[in-house]
Design a protein around this ligand. Structure first.
Ligand SMILES: NC(=O)NC(NC(N)=O)C(=O)[O-]
Ligand SMILES: [Zn+2]
Ligand SMILES: [Zn+2]
Length: 510
C-alpha cells in the first residue's frame, strides 16, 4: 500500500473500529444468541423439500437480518453456497411458518388458563411463527384502546413467536365510533364478535345491527370482522333436559343442544352484512370471516352462495375457517363424560367430517385455525363428565401441523395445500404482507418438519401447553414431527429446546 493510500485508509479504519465498539454498546439488550439457537445473522437453510408458492423445490433459502434474501434451486446452489453458513435439513420439509389466527391465550387476567409464555412456547414447538390472540377469556376483554395496550404490555419478554391481536366488537362499542376507532388505531388487526353468548360475562353477544355498525368502521380501516356464527334457537329438547331424561354425560346429549341449524341461522343473519362488503356496497373495504365452521351442509352452502359473484364485478369479501378437531374427530367416537372434546360449535358426525375435508380440498373452506381455547382442568369437570356444564374449548395449539398431516395425508393433501390453509391465507386475513410464504423479501419465518416421523403424544412427549391433559389429542399417535422453527431468522425452537430469550414481537396494525 503506498503511503498516501495508507494515510487515507488508516483514519477510516480507526473510525470504523470505534463506531463498531460504540454500536456494540448500543446494541439491543438481547443479543442474537439469546433470541436464537443459531448465532448467525446471515445464513442459508437447505432441504430437498422447500415449499414455495411455485411448488416444492430441492433448494436453499438465504436469510439475512431476519428476511428472506434469496431462494435457489439445488442445481444452481452448489457454487453459491461454498464458504457460507448453511444449515442442511436434508429430507425434512421447510414450509412457511404457520399462522394461527384463532388462539385464546387468556392473558392478562387468566394466566392460570394458559398465558403468553406457555402459549407461545407451544406455538414455537408446533411450527407456528405467528398467532393472533382472541379478545376474550383474558380479563379485561380487548374492547378498547386501553385494554389493547394492557394486552400488548403483558406480552413483554414473554412471547417466543410474533403475536397480533383481534379487538372485540361488543354492544358497548358497536355504536361508539370513537371507541372502535381508538381500538383500531391502537393496532387491533380487526374485530371479533359472537352471535350467541360467549361464556364470558364481559364479552356479550352482538346482533346483526351491531355487526353492520362495526363493519362500516372496519371498512374505513380495511380490516376484517371475525364472527362466531351460531345463534341460539329452541333445539326442541328443553323439556327432556329439564325432566332429566337426557344424560348430561352423553356426548349425543350435548350434540342435540347445539344443532347445525344454529350455525345455519347465524350465517343466514350475516348474509346482508356480507353483501354490504361487495364493491360499491356500504361496507366496501371490510371483510367478513366466519370462524370455526363445523356444519358442512346447509351452513357451508350459504357461504358458497355468498362467495358467488353476483353481479360479477361486485364480489363480496368473505372467508371461512375450520379447525383440526372437526377434521380429526367424529361425534360417534366420543366417549361418555370425556369433556376434553367439548367445544362450540360441536364436533359432528363422521359424515360431516368427510364433507369438511372435501370442502377444504375444493377450496370452499379457505383456511384452518386451532381455536386453542384452554382453561384450568377444574372447569372441564372431568370427575362429573357433565357435557352441559363443562368449559367449551379444545386445547391443541402445539399439534395442529401433525394433526392436519396425520389425517390429511390419507386423502392426498399436499404440502402446498397445507401452506395455503395454514400460512398464505391466514397471513392475508391478518393483513400481514410480509408473512405466509417463502418468497424474497418476506420475514424469514419457517417450520421445518419431518412428515414421515411418527410419535406418541404420551407423558414422555414434551408438551408446552400449560394444561396438556386438557387436550383430546393426548394418547394419540401422530405423524409429522416439528424439528425447528424460525421467527424472523431466529431459530426459536430446535429439537425440543427453545431459544433462551423470548424475542417474538407484538404485531400492531398501522
Ligand atoms: N370463550 C371461548 O373461548 N369460546 C370458544 N369456545 C369454543 N370454541 O368452544 C370459542 O371460540 O367460541
Ligand atoms: Zn367461537
Ligand atoms: Zn375461539
Amino acid at each position: 500500500m503506498d503511503d498516501l493510500l495508507k494515510w487515507r485508509v488508516l483514519p477510516l479504519l480507526v473510525l470504523l473500529a470505534s463506531s463498531l465498539v460504540l454500536y456494540s454498546r448500543i446494541l439491543p439488550k438481547k443479543s442474537i444468541s439469546e433470541c436464537s439457537l443459531l448465532p448467525y445473522d446471515h445464513f442459508w437453510i437447505a432441504s430437498k423439500r422447500v415449499v414455495t408458492p411455485q411448488g416444492v423445490i430441492n433448494g436453499a433459502v438465504e436469510v439475512k437480518q431476519g428476511k428472506i434474501l434469496s431462494v435457489v434451486e439445488a442445481s444452481i446452489q452448489k457454487g453459491l453456497l461454498s464458504g457460507e453458513k448453511v444449515v442442511d435439513y436434508g429430507e425434512a420439509v421447510i414450509m412457511p411458518g404457520l399462522i394461527d389466527v384463532h388462539v385464546h391465550l387468556d392473558e392478562p387476567g387468566r394466566t392460570e388458563w394458559e398465558g403468553f409464555s406457555s402459549g407461545t412456547k407451544a406455538a414455537a414447538a408446533g411450527g407456528i411463527t405467528t398467532l393472533v390472540d382472541m379478545p376474550l377469556n383474558s380479563f379485561p376483554s380487548t374492547v378498547s384502546e386501553e385494554t389493547l395496550r394492557m394486552k400488548v404490555e403483558s406480552t413483554k419478554k414473554k412471547i417466543y413467536v410474533d403475536v397480533g391481536f383481534w379487538g372485540g366488537l361488543v354492544p358497548e362499542n358497536a355504536f361508539n365510533i370513537s371507541m372502535l376507532e381508538g381500538l383500531l388505531r391502537a393496532g387491533a388487526l380487526g374485530l371479533k364478535s359472537f352471535m350467541c353468548p360467549s361464556g364470558i360475562n364481559d364479552f356479550p353477544m352482538t346482533n346483526s345491527t351491531h355487526i353492520k355498525e362495526g363493519l362500516y368502521v372496519l371498512a374505513k380501516y380495511k380490516r376484517p370482522l371475525l364472527v362466531h356464527a351460531e345463534v341460539v334457537l329452541d333445539s326442541g329438547i328443553s323439556e327432556e333436559l329439564h325432566s332429566g331424561s337426557l344424560d348430561p354425560r352423553s356426548y349425543a346429549t350435548y350434540l342435540k343442544t347445539r344443532p347445525p341449524s344454529w350455525e345455519e341461522a347465524a350465517i343466514k343473519d350475516l348474509q346482508e352484512a356480507i353483501h354490504d362488503t361487495r364493491t360499491g356496497g356500504q361496507a366496501e373495504g371490510a371483510h367478513v370471516h366466519i370462524v370455526h365452521l363445523s356444519d358442512a351442509k346447509a351452513s357451508l352452502d350459504l357461504i358458497k352462495d355468498s362467495k358467488r359473484n353476483v353481479p360479477e364485478d361486485a364480489t363480496a369479501s368473505v372467508s371461512v375457517e375450520t379447525c383440526p378437531h372437526y377434521l380429526a374427530f367424529a361425534a360417534e367416537e366420543i366417549a361418555d363424560g370425556d369433556t376434553r372434546f367439548k367445544c362450540a360449535p360441536p364436533i359432528r358426525e363422521a359424515a360431516n367430517r368427510q364433507k369438511l375435508w372435501e370442502a377444504l380440498l375444493e377450496g370452499h373452506i379457505d383456511m384452518m385455525s386451532s381455536d386453542h381455547s384452554p382453561s384450568v382442568p377444574e372447569l372441564k369437570l372431568f370427575d362429573e363428565g357433565d357435557f352441559l356444564r363443562a368449559w367449551g374449548g379444545i386445547s391443541s395449539l402445539q399439534y395442529v401441523l401433525p394433526i392436519t398431516w396425520t389425517f390429511g395425508q390419507k386423502i392426498g393433501v399436499s404440502f402446498n395445500q397445507i401452506a395455503a390453509w395454514w400460512s398464505e391465507r391466514p397471513a392475508k386475513l391478518a393483513g400481514q404482507k410480509y408473512k405466509g410464504a417463502i418468497v424474497i423479501g418476506n420475514d424469514a419465518d419457517f417450520a421445518v418438519w419431518e412428515p414421515e416421523v411418527e410419535f406418541d403424544l404420551d407423558e414422555n412427549h414434551k408438551t408446552f401447553h400449560k394444561h396438556p391433559n386438557n387436550s383430546p389429542y393426548m394418547g394419540r399417535r401422530l405423524s409429522g414431527k416439528v424439528m425447528a422453527t424460525f421467527v424472523r431468522g431466529n431459530l426459536v425452537f430446535s429439537d425440543g429446546t427453545h431459544a433462551p430469550a423470548a424475542c417474538g414481537t407484538p404485531i400492531l396494525a398501522k
